[in-house]
Design a protein around this ligand. Structure first.
Ligand SMILES: *Cc1c(COP(=O)(O)O)cnc(C)c1O
Length: 228
């Protein structure tokens, strides 16, 4: 028997306790199941447990699952690095893109999103831990990119996303997530209306929820360890 239903129950409990501990309203944190490297059957099984939001890092792998599972009416989120030759695939297949970190990529996504479709929901990825290899704009450049994204047609700027470098130090986790929240609040005071903070994964979702995450992206804790 698969462990997905039990894993999911445990993750939902973790989210619920963290939400309550933070004094936040119940169901104020959305669970995005990161299904990268797992087969469509795993997604189908999680969907049977009531999950609607799924995240993928690789455009080709994602689009194959999206096509195969289209009858389920799920919401698909692209959360990986965006290569410019994949913008069409992403804009056509996905509902959300969390990992925008360049104006040029945002413009290509806007261009590729069919006029007959709903707006593509997007977040700007911010590199809060300053790692050279990580995707994401520097916090100091986020305002400029937000301005460029907000004026594009067929994209709706929903918020900010971060993947801080993993650390067991909970105080440091909180500081990184807190930085993203403060940045979002500051941008909103400057006139943006971003309702989404996409932060927190299997290992650090409690810290993210304590700092205001509205959406956590959880893979391993739901589907198990990824191979390769
Ligand atoms: C893989 C991935 C996740 C999920 O990570 P887990 O530690 O397996 O929960 C979340 N966000 C991004 C951007 C990822 O690439």
């Amino acid at each position: 028997m698969s462990s997905i239903p039990l894993n999911l129950q445990a993750v939902r409990q973790r989210i619920e306790s963290a939400t309550r501990a933070a004094g936040r309203p119940p169901r104020s944190v959305r669970l995005l199941a990161v299904s990268k490297t797992f087969p469509p059957e795993a997604v189908r099984e999680a969907a049977q447990e009531g999950l609607r939001d799924f995240g993928e890092n690789y455009a080709q792998e994602g689009i194959e699952k999206i096509r195969e599972l289209s009858a389920l009416g799920l919401t698909w989120h692209f959360i990986g690095p965006i290569q410019s030759n994949k913008t069409r695939t992403i804009a056509e297949g996905f509902d959300w893109v969390h990992s925008i970190d360049r104006a040029k990529i945002a413009a290509r996504l806007a261009e590729a999103r069919g006029p007959g479709r709903s707006e593509l929901q997007v977040c700007i990825q911010v590199n809060v831990s300053g790692e050279a290899t990580k995707g994401g704009v520097a916090p100091s450049e986020a305002a400029q990119l937000a301005e460029q994204v907000a004026v594009l047609p067929r994209l709706k700027l929903r918020g900010l996303m971060a993947v801080p470098e993993p650390t067991p130090d909970e105080a440091l986790q909180r500081r990184r997530f807190g930085q993203l929240r403060e940045l979002r609040d500051r941008l909103n005071r400057d006139g943006f209306a971003m309702d989404t903070l996409s932060m927190g994964m299997s290992a650090d979702l409690e810290a993210a929820i304590a700092e205001g995450a509205t959406l956590v992206r959880v893979g391993t804790a739901i589907f198990g360890e990824r191979r390769g």
